[in-house]
Design a protein around this ligand. Structure first.
Ligand code: GLO
Ligand code: MG
Length: 346
């Protein structure tokens, strides 16, 4: 925990080999165990996990074996002073999920997705976290005529209800994203995710995770997405990062592209006391050009940027801001904010 009370997390996928769709890995793989040793050094206390990060090959294991492996991991994490923030079922790599998971046209694939998600819930339980993140990677279409978006909405709701009923303590945070890998995803924004959650059998247990890059790819402002979710007490985690325009999902270091957008995300998180409700997750990737021994600086930079922006948010002259708003002098306010961000007097 830092001096402001925030706790930070990332997932093992955020230390990666640098492969992209046009080129192979450029850095050697680090084992999961090795990655875990980096967390504390970098100031992170919690680990975000896919179900199969926690329990490799879970499709080949019995429910009892899955629980046992997760229990062992809980101890490994504890020995390192770490704990799990959430578990996310990885519903986008298995051959059964080629045409979608909960919304696949194939009933067997849909059944697989539900069974797999139940296993993820068991893993979360054993790891001592009540939070499951649903990034609905392949719920959407490449070809509009292949599926029915209305039917898909009901299928997603049914999947969520099934999981809520399966584990009475489970909370589900939906992570919206508008595209990639799909052309068009069914749950592209915070509004879609919240609407779905409010329809659930136990709406109290469904919330959201806001990822900066995903909001930007939807043409939305991440700070407004945060505020909208927090207005209803629904923001349970974040994936802070950055994104340069409407391109592939870049997962750049937090604040690396647009400092003011980053500042406003931190400002609204801080004003709404996010440290009391959730963990600050960094879903960032090192640039492919980064040599192996220097490939965790994106995590260090993102965390440090967050803390510097908390400092800037708290040192903003609130009286001056209020006076300029009252005078409707928004140009002067613009100047005050920009000056504050570059550390100069207005
Ligand atoms: C990809 C997503 C992905 C998820 C992660 C957790 O665009 O951001 O990284 O956050 O798989 O479910
Ligand atoms: Mg993410």
């Amino acid at each position: 925990m830092d001096k402001y009370g925030y706790r930070f997390s990332f997932g093992p996928w955020n230390i990666h080999e640098g492969a992209d769709p046009f080129g192979p890995a450029v850095r050697p793989s680090r084992t999961f165990a090795d990655k875990l040793t980096v967390y504390k050094e970098l100031g992170f206390d919690l680990v975000q996990l896919h179900d199969d990060d926690a329990v490799p090959n879970l499709d080949e294991l019995s429910p009892a074996q899955i629980r046992q492996t997760a229990r062992t991991l809980k101890q490994t994490l504890a020995d390192l002073g770490l704990s799990a923030e959430f578990v996310a079922p990885r519903l986008w790599e298995h051959p059964m999920t080629i045409d979608g998971a909960y919304t696949s046209n194939d009933p067997q694939a849909r059944a697989y997705a539900i069974e797999r998600s139940k296993k993820a819930a068991d893993i979360a339980q054993e790891l001592g976290t009540d939070l499951m993140v649903l990034w609905l990677a392949r719920e959407g279409t490449y070809l509009r005529e292949t599926k029915d978006a209305g039917r898909a909405a009901h299928q997603l709701l049914e999947a969520i209800n099934t999981l809520l009923a399966y584990d009475a303590n489970l909370r589900i945070a939906i992570e919206p994203k508008p595209n990639e890998p799909m052309d068009l995803a069914y749950i592209p924004t915070m509004g879609h995710a919240l609407a779905l959650g409010f329809q659930a059998d136990d709406p109290k247990r469904v919330g959201v995770l806001m990822e900066t890059a995903h909001s930007l790819l939807a043409g939305l402002d991440p700070a407004d997405e945060i505020s909208f979710a927090m207005a209803f007490g629904k923001l349970w985690s974040v994936h802070l990062n950055d994104q340069n325009g409407l391109k592939f999902d870049q997962d750049r270091s937090f604040g690396a592209i647009n400092l003011r957008t980053a500042f406003n995300q931190v400002r609204v998180l801080d004003e709404n006391r996010f440290w009391e409700v959730g963990v600050v997750g960094m879903d960032v990737k090192a640039l492919r050009t980064q040599p192996a021994d220097l490939a965790t600086k994106h995590l260090r930079n993102s965390l440090s940027m967050f803390l510097r922006l908390v400092e800037l948010s708290r040192s903003l002259d609130q009286a001056a801001v209020a006076a300029l708003i009252a005078a409707r002098d928004y140009e002067e306010l613009d100047w005050l904010i920009l000056s504050h961000l570059i550390g100069r007097a207005a």
